[in-house]
Design a binder for this molecule. Sequence first.
Ligand code: ADP
Ligand code: ZN
Length: 807
Amino acid sequence: MNYAEVAVNSPGSRSTFSYAIPPGLNVSVGQAVWVPFGSRIVQGIVLQLSDKPAVEETKEIAGIITDSPPLSHIQTKLARWIGEHYFAPLFDALSLMLPPGFERRATTYFQVTDSQADLSLTPEQRQLLHIMEGSVKTSLPELEEAVGRRKARQITEQLLDCQLITRTLELEPARIKPKTLPYIELTADRQEIEAAKVRLDKSGAYRQAELLEFLTGQTKPIPVGEIRKHLHCSPATIKALEAHHLVSVARLRVRRDPLAHLSFMPSPPPVLTSSQQTAWELIHDVIVRKVGPSSRPAICLLFGVTGSGKTEIYLQALAQVVAAGKRGICLIPEIALTQQTVERFANRFSGRVAVLHSGLSLGEQFDEWQWIREGNCDVIIGPRSALFAPLPDLGLIIIDEEHEWTYKQEDKSPRYHARDVAIKLAQLSGAVVILGSATPDIGSFHKAQQGEYQLVELKERITPRGYSPLPEVTVVDLREELKAGNTSLFSRSLLAAMKDALAQAEQIILFLNRRGTATFVRCRNCGFVFRCPRCSVALTYHSVERRLICHRCRYSVPVPQSCPRCSRRNLRFLGIGTQRIEDEVKHFFPEARLLRWDKDVITGKYAHEELLKNFRDHKADVLIGTQMIAKGLDLPQVTLAGVINADTGLNFPDFRSGERTFQLLCQVAGRAGRGVKAGKVIIQTYSPDNYIIEAAARHDYLGFYYKEIDYRRRYNYPPFSQLVRLVYSHANEESCRREAERVYRLIADSRQLTADSIIGPVPTFAFRARGRYRWQLFLRGPDSSQVLSQLALPRGWTIDVDPVGIV
Ligand code: ADP
Ligand code: ZN
C-alpha cells in the first residue's frame, strides 16, 4: 500500500485527497498526518490505504502527528457516514472524535540553500530570493504580505523545485499538555538511609531525618506538594537530601480527574420489581443475542413512565455488558444533569466511570480522553459528544430521555442527531442500543410499532411507597380566573395547593415554558415593541440588571424611560419570565425560600450541581425553572408541580410544537410525587380542551401518539418523509431573499422533484440573527440527498438534514 486517502483540515472539503506515502513512514488508517495542501501544510486523517492513487499526480505525506492513530477504524467509518448523511465536511465529522485540543496549525518557513543561483531566474523569483536572503528563515505569511498571496505561493513552489530554497514546518504550540507534578522517593538502599538518619539526627538536621523517616514508610513516590504541607519541610531540606543522593525528585504525569471533588458510596443493585424483571428479560435477550426483533438491529425502546425504574434497567444492562468484557456509553440530554447520573452510576461501577463534556476544563477533557482510551473505564457518561469517546470494546449505548432535542447539534457542522449516529455506531461496532423515555420521540415510537425496535414497557411508577400511580393532574382554565377577577400569574387552585404544600414543609416546582414567554416591553400608546437591532427578536426585560437583553446575541441596553417612536412615558412590561414568577411567589409567600433555575441566570462550573444539591437538601421550598427542570430530575421531596402557562409553544408554527409541548408537560408532571408522599400537578391554560393538554393531563402517551402520527401521515411530515432544511444568511435583506429564490428556482426547475417536495423560500422565524438576515427552504422526500449532491451552494448556506426545529 503506497497511497493514502486523506481527509484534510480545510474548510468545506467533503471528499478525501490522495497522497503518496514516503518510504519508511508507517501510516495506518485513523492516523493523523501533516500533508501539503495547496501551498500550506495542514492536518489530515488517513481514511484508507490503497495501491493506486485516485488521481495521477500526488504529493507526499509530510509527516505523522501522533505515534499511534488517534482514531479507530470504526470511528473513521462513522465519520464518513456522518459526512455523507449530514452533508458535512469530512474533517468536521472527524473533529468530533479527535483528542481535545488536537487541532493545531503549522506555519511554513523557507530557507535559502547554498546552491548557485540559476541565471535564468525571473525578476519575481529574484525578488523573493532577495527577501529570503535577509534572514535565516522567512515565514510564508511574511512573503505573502510582501508580494501577495498567490504570487508568494506560486514562486516559492518554483524555487523549491529548483532546490534554491528548502521548506520547514513549525507547529503552533500545543494548547494542552499532560499535567505533571514533582514526586519524591528514596533512591539509596536501606542501610545507607538508616546510617544517614543517625548522622542527620546527630548534626541537628531533624527535618531531613524526619523526611527520610517518613519516606521509609512509603511504597510509592509521594507528591512534593503533600510533603511540604504535612511535614512542613522547606525546598532546602529536599535539596540537601537530593545532593547526597538519598532521595530523587521527578515529575510524574497526573490525571486531572473531573470527579475528584465527589465522593461515592458503593451500593448493591436492588432486587428488580416484577415489571422491571419482565422488561429486563426482553432487553437481556437482545443483549445476549445481539439482534432485535425478527433479526433487526439490536435496538430497544424502553418506554417507561417517569420514575418507573428505567435507570435501574440501564445499570443492569451495563453490568451485563461489562461482565462480558465490553463497555458502555450512557448519553444524557444536558450537562447540568451529569452529576445526578454520575452519582448513581459511580456508586455501582466504582472507579470505572468517566465523564466527557465541554463543561470540563480542556485539561480534564484531555486526560479523560486518554484515560478512556487506555481502557481504564467501563462506563462513559455525558451529553451527545460523549458518543465520540475513544472507548474500546463498545458493547452498549444508552440514550436516556431519547426524545430530547438537545441530542441534535443545530448550531454548527456537522448537524448530527446523536440518536441516529449512535445507531450507526452500534451497527459498526456490534453494540446494542437502548433508547429510554417516558414520552418517546414520535419517530422512535413509530419504529417500535413497526417492529424495527424491540419495544419494552414499564407501566408503573416505583416510589418508596411501592408501586404508585402517577400524580393527579388538575387542568385550570385561566379564562375563568380572569372572569373571576384574578389577574395574578397563579390561579386560585394553584395558590391553594402551594399554600398546603408549604404548610406541610413540602417542596414545589413551578415550570415556565421559556419559548415565547419572556418579558418584552411595549409602548401602551403607539404599540412599539423594543427589538434587537441586530436580530429583530423582541428584547427581554431583566429586572435585576434593569436592562433589555437579546437572548440570541446578548445585545443589551438599559431599560428605556420612554418610547423612541412617540416619546411617551407609557411603557408596559408584557409576558412572564422566571423573574416575574419569583416576584409573585414572594408577594404571596414572603416566608418561602426560592431558587430560580434558568440557563441564563446560572453560570459557573458547578453552579447547576450546587443549585440542585441545595434544592434536594431542602434548603429551598420552591424551585422556579424553565426547560431545564423538565429533563429527568429526581427530586423526591417535590409534591407539587405547577405549569404556569401550558399554551406557550402550542401555537408555535412548527409541526413538532404539539409533540414538544406534550413532552414538556408530561415531564414536568413526572417530577412530582417521586418520594414518600403522593404528588399533585396543576396545569394552567387558556385552552383546556386542546387534545395535547388533555392527553398530558391523563398521562396518556398512546392517546397522544395515535393522534399525532395520523397528522404526520396526512401531511407527509417525518417520520413519513425526510426533511432537509437549507438556510441562507446575508447581511443584506434583498440579497438574502434573492439568493433563496434563485436556489428555489434552480431546484424546482431541475424537475426531479414533485411539487410537494420543495417548500419555501420563507424568512426564518427570528429572521435576523447576529446582524444577518436569514431565509430558508425545505426539501422533503426520499430524493433530497440526490438533489443536494448536484447542488453547488455558495457560501452563506447551511444544510441541516433531519432538522428538529423548522422555524
Ligand atoms: P426512571 O429512570 O424511570 O425515572 P428510576 O430508575 O430513577 O426511574 O427509579 C425511580 C425510583 O425508584 C428511584 O428512586 C429508584 O431508586 C427506585 N427504584 C428503581 N428500581 C427499584 C427497585 N427494583 N427496587 C427499589 N427501588 C427501585
Ligand atoms: Zn440581538
